[in-house]
Ligand binder design. Sequence first.
Ligand SMILES: *Cc1c(COP(=O)(O)O)cnc(C)c1O
Length: 489
Amino acid sequence: MPEYISTRGGAPTVTASQAIINGIAPDGGLYVPNAWPTLNLDWVQLAQADYQTIANLVFTAFLSDFTPAEIDAVIKAAYGDQWDTPTIAPLHTTGDTTILELFHGPTLAFKDVALQALPHLLTTAAKKAQIKNDILILAATSGDTGTAAMAGFGDVEHTQIVVFYPEVGVSEIQRQQMVTEPAKNAHVIALTGNFDDAQTAVKTLFADTELAEQLADHNIQFSSANSINIGRLIPQISYYFYAYAQLVANQTIKAGDEIEIVVPTGNFGNVLAAYYAQQIGLPVARFVVASNENNVLTDFFTTGTYDRRREFHVSSSPAMDILVSSNLERLLYFASGQNSALIKTYMTDLADQGFYTLAATTKAGLTRFNAGFASNDDTAATINNTFKQADYLLDPHTAVGVHVAQQVGAPLGQHRLIAATASPFKFPQTVLAALEQTPKHGFAGVEQLAQVTNRAIPSQIATLFDQPILHKQVISAEAIKATLQTELF
Ligand SMILES: *Cc1c(COP(=O)(O)O)cnc(C)c1O
């Protein structure tokens, strides 16, 4: 049963619960398991299992210091009727391709899978560690993380959640989801400027020792809900096993057949979960890493050099507009043969020079990875073609995955699984434009999309624009600390 160590080798070994509480390791590295757990993968049996049963198997394998009763309680709280389908992650198969729909949770994006579980993992872990403080989650969000974190942490006892979002760059639906958040422990504040400004301002809060002391005086401590927390990664491993088991159940594949997994990628968390699944026994021949115009990962997997010194593009798939994919560090750790000294060099080079080049031995560990990217035009064309030819409606992020899947060529004899990361109804304006319509604003756009495509409006947003606006503050980055103090104390 695994414990957790830092990718950079300079932090003590900790239990799963301590790794979840810490978020990032004290040496700046990311927590990884020190050994892969062994799973009993009886596919005939798993083919009959529901989502919760498979999630239980995966959580149990990785969370060695959680009791069975604790894991049961987390799964029950995370994967209940806040999902719009009892299967949690339904599959849509046509020919040799299956779309794995991960957007049936409260905020219509795949982040719900992890963020419905994380608050319960975190509060359970805090109880084990006899932490009496309330946990404060601070997030800067460009959209999906903030809404999903609030939906997860909202009204969870002993937690507070504060979300800062940029005035510029979030979609109308995302903004509405945030400003109407009713949970008593949720604080939502707009910052003038863009996402980078918001993120920089939030980082200064995490580093502020005076603030940390004030929080401690009020029995509050920081924790992190971003995707470097191992508590976000583990829940995501479950759906790859669930999807495979369902493919076996539907006789799309035979138990033991290798599949190909295509993932539209930003911070590399979702595709890393697929890789972890493969490391513990999921038969996967190839991973396809799909990016938008911020194609730093495409270049990386092609050349072996990671180079963030490039222009940042605001794309039509905003949740993937990222130049530094933090979770890649966890892949490189294993690809390098657990060489933490080497990982430290790569990350130091990235911080100091803006790039690093893999040693040949590390690159050799990445042979299963393929990569490609889609421009905004490619993305729009894919939404349009897929709707017209296959009567399937893609959101812009998933469309990037579908485009890149087509670009890298037919699967090599394997069945292809594409992770669908958001509902098209979360980005109605982009989807409508791709369908050659003139998009209407706000909820009118949602209604227009439903009408044009003859689809029902998801219940999660059906009444979103009728809700009262509860969070109206807009502040400048300089006022962030004072505002937080007023909100909390
Ligand atoms: C966050 C997000 C992504 C990127 O996921 P990573 O795990 O960061 O690679 C892709 N699509 C959507 C809709 C997202 O919200």
